[in-house]
Write a protein that binds this ligand. Sequence first.
Ligand code: ATP
Ligand code: MG
Length: 330
Amino acid sequence: DRVIFSGIQPTGVPHIGNYLGAIKYWVSLQQEPGKIFYSIVDLHSITIPRERDSLHCHILDMTACLLACGIDPEHSVLFQQSDIPEHTLLSWAIGCVVPVNRLKILPQWQERMKQSKDGGHIGTFTYPVLQSADILLYKATHIPVGEDQLIHINLTNELAQVMNRRLLKPFFPRVHSISTSTSTRIRNLRDPSVKMSKSAYSEQTRIELTDSDDHIWRKIRRSVTDCTSEIAYDPENRPGVSNLIEIHCGFSNLTPDEVCADAKGLDTGQYKRVVADAVITVLAPLRQRFHRLRNDEGHLRSVLKNGADRAREVAVANWECVRRLLGLCA
Ligand code: ATP
Ligand code: MG
């Protein structure tokens, strides 16, 4: 039977990249058969220093956002990672079978090493192991992730095999990544050579799901395009305008060809207004639901507690099996 797992870091209010690349798809998966676990992965978010107050706030922001987008906590198990200590226990067990050199070659670590002076923290080095543990703890079979995470899915499968050999049993199933046919990768509005991120320094680089209509318009109006005014889809040579087309498609369910045909005769400035309107149409009601939900912290906490109770049942049972198979208990 299909078991779906995915996670999102409480590093800020989700942006339209998270929405088009992950959350929108998470919502649609609820229509398909299978058990679903969606986790707010707070342990991952502390690999980079965060302010205590804002971190706690972001956990509630994220919960409210996911509910506003249509995650149904009755159907999907929505929970906060650190409520379930078994994530770190399994992560430790897996860490005991991963060669250091296997993690050293991962691109995100290589990137970190180039930037850091102090050699990097252990958490930033081993977070892919924790990520594998997140998935394996629920014996998940299907993982909806963006393209930025495929390399970690491969790693998870590798680690599952190593663990299965250690446990002398095919305990962990094979993991498959799943994505929407249009696996969108939304780019930074000020620098289309990199992806849109929650943790990028400037808010001007992303549209957050709670931005006002006016903010959405201003950020799109100021987004970096190029000197050609014609609207054409060419991600390679014209990443800025192509990113706007992808945003437009994601919020309208049109294809790039349809969008370009409709935009014939418009220049980039005029087209930006069309894109902003498409985004605003979807986000305005979502934002209203968000504010209603965000005002009731008691309700948000009870949703997370309920999710943790359901996640714990599975997590504890699977971890107990692993303990037994490792010989840690009889
Ligand atoms: P951070 O900068 O803190 O890493 P993030 O924006 O990368 O934040 P994550 O919490 O790391 O967000 O990822 C949540 C989900 O959103 C993942 O499935 C990831 O693949 C997807 N995602 C993140 N950024 C984008 C993007 N720009 N376009 C499409 N999908 C994205
Ligand atoms: Mg990320």
